[in-house]
Design a protein around this ligand. Structure first.
Ligand code: PEP
Ligand code: MN
Length: 338
């Protein structure tokens, strides 16, 4: 439920109403617009007396939020969320390029890639230290050693870093070392992990699960938001369909759908969506024009010898060409590449 207050309502009047509403057993989230305040009621609203609230002089309108996601809902927060990561802004008006290898493989590898992508306009550096692989016999990531290398690459280049968490026990270390914590497709419904991520003060990149609907994906974001962490970035990375030509099927329409339903930033992952390096450029360009807030692209110095996801990784040289094209499109869309 959303309660829209009349313009010029005083803070005292607003606070009095909030206390009255909270006494009905829900939490109230305030969004301050220009002139008016919007009160979002979170929790079980069955005991909320809508008519009593509507009768107040300061109330202009009451809207019933039909969707199960509340804090992620655009009705609760009409102004889009912009997340600041060490001066790089993610969200409305900005286009963010996160790039780097699927996995950190060595100190030289991550530092070399970091330097190359920085020169070509990358905003943030990605690199997996813990890899949730389909087979237990394949490379599982360098673990803490990988995180150390990633951190060092960040110190050298100044690029903030993104890395995937796979185990809630690693949370303190991730909060300390990483600038954005990634939740992979396989953990999108790890609700215990999501709740814990909701208690930290660190942006979360939440990838869409293979078979998750848009609503299920937003409900996973809701797990994080409901615990207090309001910095969630969504990532469309392709879904499972009957098609096998591509690794996944990119649900490009999920981008405008999220933009309509939610205030959260949404980026696109053309690498995992297609599984093919030669498709990355086309899908990245599509990301800009459909209104995504950014892309996350896998770049590897030598894709043929990559320990993970080589076939979908582009080289630093290909990244350079891609960025030249993206810059033109970003400008046409009137956005700022940060
Ligand atoms: C990744 O980013 O390397 C990754 C494993 O992605 P996803 O969770 O989307 O498969
Ligand atoms: Mn990968």
């Amino acid at each position: 439920m959303v309660v829209v207050l009349k313009p010029n309502t005083s803070i005292e009047e607003r606070e009095e109403l909030i206390s009255e509403i909270e006494a009905m057993g829900v939490k109230v989230q305030i969004t301050q617009g220009t002139g008016t305040s919007i009160l979002g009621l979170v929790g079980d609203t069955t005991n909320v007396d809508k008519y009593r609230i509507a009768s107040k002089e300061i109330v202009s309108n009451i809207l019933q939020v039909q969707e199960p996601f509340k804090k992620a809902n655009k009705m609760f927060k009409p102004n889009d969320t912009i997340i600041d990561v060490k001066g790089r802004k993610i969200g409305q008006g900005y286009f963010t390029v996160i790039t780097g290898p699927c996995s950190v493989e060595s100190e030289e590898q991550i530092e070399g890639i970091a330097q190359a992508v920085k020169e070509n306009g990358a905003s943030l550096l990605r690199g997996g230290a813990y890899k949730p692989r389909f087979s237990p016999y394949t490379f599982q990531g360098l673990g803490l050693e990988g995180l150390d290398y990633l951190k060092h690459a960040s110190q050298i280049t100044g690029l903030p870093i993104v890395s995937e968490i796979t185990d809630v026990q690693m949370l303190d270390r991730f909060v300390q070392d990483v600038d954005i914590i990634q939740v992979g497709a396989r953990n999108m419904q790890n609700f215990v992990l999501l709740r814990e991520l909701g208690k930290v003060n660190k942006p979360i990149l939440l990838k869409r699960g293979f078979s998750a609907t848009i609503e299920e994906w937003l409900m996973s974001a809701e797990y994080i938001l409901s615990e207090g962490n309001e910095e969630v970035i969504l990532c469309e990375r392709g879904i499972r369909t009957f098609e096998t030509y591509t690794r996944n099927t990119l649900d490009i329409s999920a981008i405008p759908a999220i933009k309509r339903l939610s205030h959260l930033p949404v980026i696109l992952d053309p690498s995992h969506a297609t599984g093919k390096s030669w498709m990355v450029e086309a899908m990245s360009k599509a990301a800009v024009v459909v209104g995504a807030d950014g892309v996350i692209i896998e770049v590897h110095n030598n894709p043929a010898s990559a320990l993970c996801d080589g076939p979908q990784s582009i080289t630093p040289k290909q990244f350079e060409k891609l960025m030249a094209k993206l810059k033109t499109l970003i400008e046409i869309e009137g956005k700022i590449l940060n």
